[in-house]
Design a protein around this ligand. Sequence first.
Ligand SMILES: *[C@@H]1O[C@H](CO)[C@@H](O)[C@H](O)[C@H]1NC(C)=O
Ligand SMILES: *[C@@H]1O[C@H](CO)[C@@H](O)[C@H](O)[C@H]1NC(C)=O
Ligand SMILES: *[C@@H]1O[C@H](CO)[C@@H](O)[C@H](O)[C@H]1NC(C)=O
Ligand SMILES: *[C@@H]1O[C@H](CO)[C@@H](O)[C@H](O)[C@H]1NC(C)=O
Ligand SMILES: *[C@@H]1O[C@H](CO)[C@@H](O)[C@H](O)[C@H]1NC(C)=O
Ligand SMILES: *[C@@H]1O[C@H](CO)[C@@H](O)[C@H](O)[C@H]1NC(C)=O
Ligand SMILES: *[C@@H]1O[C@H](CO)[C@@H](O)[C@H](O)[C@H]1NC(C)=O
Ligand SMILES: *[C@@H]1O[C@H](CO)[C@@H](O)[C@H](O)[C@H]1NC(C)=O
Ligand SMILES: *[C@@H]1O[C@H](CO)[C@@H](O)[C@H](O)[C@H]1NC(C)=O
Ligand SMILES: *[C@@H]1O[C@H](CO)[C@@H](O)[C@H](O)[C@H]1NC(C)=O
Length: 379
Amino acid sequence: MARNSSFLILLVSLYLMDFAIAKIPCKTEVSLPGMALKGFVFKKVPVTAPHVCDITCERETICQSYNYVIGEKSCELNSRTKEARPENFQPDDLRFYMGRISGRRSIPELPALSCQEIKLSEGKDSISKTYWLDPTNVGSSKLVYCDMILEDIDECKGSNKVCDENANCSNTVGFYNCTCKDGFTGDGRLCSDIDECKGNHSCHVNAKCNNTLGSHTYIDECKGNHSCHVNATCKNMDRSYVCECQPEFNGNGQNCTTDPCYLYENLSEANRKINYSTPHGSELCDRKLLGGWYRFVGAAGTKMPTTRVPANRCGTNWSGWLKGAHPTVEDGEVQRTVCFSDRSTGCQQSINIFVKNCGSYFIYKLHPPYCFSRYCGTD
Ligand SMILES: *[C@@H]1O[C@H](CO)[C@@H](O)[C@H](O)[C@H]1NC(C)=O
Ligand SMILES: *[C@@H]1O[C@H](CO)[C@@H](O)[C@H](O)[C@H]1NC(C)=O
Ligand SMILES: *[C@@H]1O[C@H](CO)[C@@H](O)[C@H](O)[C@H]1NC(C)=O
Ligand SMILES: *[C@@H]1O[C@H](CO)[C@@H](O)[C@H](O)[C@H]1NC(C)=O
Ligand SMILES: *[C@@H]1O[C@H](CO)[C@@H](O)[C@H](O)[C@H]1NC(C)=O
Ligand SMILES: *[C@@H]1O[C@H](CO)[C@@H](O)[C@H](O)[C@H]1NC(C)=O
Ligand SMILES: *[C@@H]1O[C@H](CO)[C@@H](O)[C@H](O)[C@H]1NC(C)=O
Ligand SMILES: *[C@@H]1O[C@H](CO)[C@@H](O)[C@H](O)[C@H]1NC(C)=O
Ligand SMILES: *[C@@H]1O[C@H](CO)[C@@H](O)[C@H](O)[C@H]1NC(C)=O
Ligand SMILES: *[C@@H]1O[C@H](CO)[C@@H](O)[C@H](O)[C@H]1NC(C)=O
């Protein structure tokens, strides 16, 4: 009995000493008298004192714990811990049990059966990382990644790629799940690129689709070849481009023509006005007028009259006036008839012209009439 109690004192002091040296309050092992781990002894070593077993165990990579045989003064080195094999941890009055104090690590020579076993052995602070396992217990070790939250092998993090490189891998208990990433098709173990440009894709009719690995892009055609007119602006949209005629140009973007509202000649003579009575013998004629768009400005007035003008006005003997109303802006270019009056009351001579409402003014697409005729202006 005296021997036993002094031995216990020694153990306690050893334990305190180790604790002081380690200075890290991490894993602390305490000896458990009257208990022993059965069935995992791989070596028996005689020692001079119990604490020598700690050193002996740490010299052996596969030593995980030991049973001290009190009467024999020897240590039985175990390849497992009581945490890993609780069913093998049994009462034994002749022994005490002690876990390996430090340097325990996963080694191929000592594979665990499962991540769960490692977690049991390491405690709840065990970290997710690679460990040596022999899950089928056939004596061949393999390095696996243990997810210590799931207490399961994380196949996704192993050194062997289980899914295609273009797949998402998610670990599940006992298995794993491979899902091809967006833009790829397949079972997850084998994924191939989907050619989004084939068949129905979301490209605009104007856009050129460019298939890329896992996705597709739209070629910015505004930067290269595009069908916009030289006087149009190419606008790159999300998946296409649009052509818009620049201001002062009309058209669909592919074909832009100058808006005549910005390209016309002025008619400004005072003798073109409807109240100008033409002196006999000085009748004028628009024969030399060049075909094109004209605006009435200044002394000539602002527009053509839309009611009958008597003969011998506007500096001519056949006065020209517009038969019909002016268009609205929305009407665009409209065709109208110009009547030339002689001394009778009707529309003796007429020609067709185009008229356009430019918002704040009107323009007229005129061409030379027969002599002696002239286009009249009014306010
Ligand atoms: C695998 O993942 C997919 C997508 O996340 C899911 O729909 C499917 O249910 C998962 N299968 C298993 C067995 O977990
Ligand atoms: C794959 O994983 C990424 C990133 O976690 C996620 O954004 C994507 O939706 C996943 N794809 C599929 C098909 O599960
Ligand atoms: C493409 O889409 C159109 C209209 O949505 C549909 O009529 C046609 O069948 C689709 N073609 C293919 C190959 O999916
Ligand atoms: C198509 O996409 C690939 C990959 O992004 C790029 O290298 C290539 O230049 C693109 N082709 C065109 C015509 O834009
Ligand atoms: C632009 O298109 C024309 C005719 O389609 C072609 O000849 C030319 O090579 C193209 N240029 C570029 C840079 O793609
Ligand atoms: C583009 O606009 C300019 C300036 O208005 C004009 O001179 C040119 O003729 C136009 N080009 C075409 C092709 O219409
Ligand atoms: C452009 O538009 C004008 C007027 O609408 C038309 O006369 C011409 O033929 C068009 N040109 C092209 C190349 O479409
Ligand atoms: C025609 O008259 C308008 C209004 O007075 C003026 O703004 C414009 O510059 C004139 N155009 C020409 C070609 O003289
Ligand atoms: C025509 O009328 C305007 C005002 O409406 C007047 O200023 C001008 O003198 C008149 N001209 C003639 C020739 O009567
Ligand atoms: C119009 O005036 C011109 C020039 O004075 C004259 O030669 C011509 O006969 C006149 N025509 C009519 C129909 O009065």
